[in-house]
Write a protein that binds this ligand. Sequence first.
Ligand code: FAD
Length: 378
Amino acid sequence: MIDALIVGAGPSGSYLGHLLAEKGFSVKILEEHREVGKPVECTGLVSERVFKMARSRSMVNTVSGANVFFPNGKSIHIAKGEKTIVMDRDRFDKDVAAMAIGSGSDFSVHAKAINVRTSTDESLVTYREDGEKKEISARVVIGADGINSVVRRDLFSSRPGRVISCYQVDSAAELEDQDSVNVYVGSDSSSGFFGWATPSGKITRIGVGSYHSPAYKYFLRINKKFGKDKILGINGGSIPVKYLKRTYTDRALLVGDAAGIVKPLSGGGIYTGMVSSTHAASAIESAFDAEDFSARKLSSYQKEWKRELGRELWFDGVVHKIFGGISDRKFNALYDVLSKPESIDIINGSGDIDYPSKVVVSLFLKRPGLVSRMLLMR
Ligand SMILES: Cc1cc2nc3c(=O)[nH]c(=O)nc-3n(C[C@H](O)[C@H](O)[C@H](O)COP(=O)(O)OP(=O)(O)OC[C@H]3O[C@@H](n4cnc5c(N)ncnc54)[C@H](O)[C@@H]3O)c2cc1C
């Protein structure tokens, strides 16, 4: 029996494999696809914090600002001190998987978990590797298998409460401003989320997330600015933006997207997923120390990831709900408020891609009247 079986070799699963193997545990990682990192379903925007956790050479650009386009056709430009990294997500996933293997994890591609169960003594995973059905027993199993997690389906009785569907393309329309992401808000661009164009060198990643209706129709509108004939590839996917009430059970944990540990305002889940893996590694180590793999013992995982991220994710969720429902008229009123130099200064001084609540809190502390008006908008 191995110590830990991780289902899924995205950033959360591979990083957890690396951390556990470094601690000396025997680890196996199963990845259903033939190739780690493919298909890409990501824009690749992350903070430098992510590159402090992962050793990766996947950076293709950096940006330090955003142009936010409102329904009235006007835009505001915000900029911040530190850089946000635009990376090649395929390469990033391969680099993190290589870290896991380098630390001693056993790794199988084209190995899809199809059934997971636990008993008092073990976790048992049935999987299909290169078409052959196999079974493996582990002391603990970790679901790092993304939004449609099999571990979650078989061992947890819940699903992420809110899911954003996305449509994205790689386009040959090169953005002149390589230092800013374009963000599009309002009913022409999305329903309950936003559209984007991210400069990635010669290529631009153009996409839309949508909560209430298919993202494709909004994408068509945004892409008019860039041209249909420039599309190099289509990708997309769904983002769970509400974490599960419970992310642990007897002999099992869920990390990253499988648990819905994603920032609701931006849909970014790489940083939060890797942070959840850090806490999963600590909880698993302390379960081995105590020889206790009960849900009670593993609950420290949830306590710790929530201590680091819970308040931010909860707050972002509330703001996302409020702004997800506002009308174009209110968005334009928001533009009037946010385009003032005093507001821009506050946003520039406190913007943080991983902790967006800092902006709202700073605006509230420095201009309480403004935030009350924003929150009352519906
Ligand atoms: C269009 C789009 C743009 C995005 N842009 C960004 C961004 O710019 N920045 C950011 O931080 N986040 C972004 N995200 C979110 C981000 O991609 C996810 O939050 C992140 O990938 C979560 O990592 P993970 O390891 O938890 O899950 P995943 O990356 O989903 O990895 C899960 C892995 O498990 C494998 N798997 C699934 N089922 C099985 C099975 N049964 N057996 C074996 N293997 C299995 C999958 O093949 C996959 O490799 C974006 C998402 C979308 C859809």
